[in-house]
Design a protein around this ligand. Sequence first.
Ligand code: ATP
Ligand code: RIB
Length: 300
Amino acid sequence: MKKIVVVGSLNMDHISKVDHIVREGETIIASDFSRSPGGKGANQAYAVGRLGGDIVMLGAVGDDEDGASLLSSLKSVGVDTSGVMICPDAPTGVAQISVDKAGNNTIVVVPGANMEVDTSYIDAHRSVIDASDIVIMQLEIPIDTVVYTARLAKTMGKYVILDPAPAIPDLPEEIYRYVDLLKPNETELCILAGMSLDDGDYTEKISVIRKKGASNLLVSLGSEGVLVSLHGREDRLIPGRKVTAVDTTAAGDCFVAGLAVKLAGGCDVVDAVDYAQKVAAISVTRRGAQRSVPNPEEID
Ligand code: ATP
Ligand code: RIB
């Protein structure tokens, strides 16, 4: 089994259960509140660990209770957290999440220690990246660090997966050259392509991103599934599983983790997507981020 490293964010999620997503100028009363471990990077590392992958997490937390709790969650599923930086001067990242009755969410991230993950930290952990086969990143740490790490990983001959979330319109184009697999959702695809939702179809948006240098894309489309767009092959939609969603938080993270675990085991991308969609579909039937990740035995 190949080794996986996630270079990314760790956040404590503050989750409010609401009737509807709050509108501008509105104050609403939530029916429930909870705190639980999250952060796109940590969720992906946790899910890889829970699914049985060989996984190391690189990132940063504050020297506080939230940081300790996030590290303990990762360790509980076998993630190697020994390289995670504990920052004396920055608090652990926090995400304010509202989940409505249909399971849809809005998320506001206060990055805190995640912004301390700079290129010198990456240099100090080059050996961890070198010892891995698959490098997974998202965009909740400084963009310069993501580009630097992707370049380094590619130079070392690693397989690089980028979940471009949260997407930014001015993502440096050089990064596409270093990424083997890009996993935007529909909104992220539009932002990266600089097009609106109603502006052209998926194929047009994918071709804009390809012109910037991307090769293989998996566009996740929520309950509709995943549009697989691999270099030199015809695009293909693999439908999602039919489930009743209660909370879609971290569906994308579960998908990326399932994908990486199967690729690490030697599967091809299409089989890995199939497995990843099963993992993600189970996660949306449960509340929370890391706590919604299934055990391998639950996945048929
Ligand atoms: P996140 O909510 O974590 O930001 P995302 O926006 O990155 O997720 P999505 O496209 O929403 O990614 O979901 C990723 C995958 O999870 C989908 O391709 C699908 O396989 C699965 N999924 C998400 N929502 C549902 C749903 N309602 N029913 C079944 N499967 C779902
Ligand atoms: O993808 C879900 C995650 O996004 C949440 O756990 C939250 O922390 C934000 O990073």
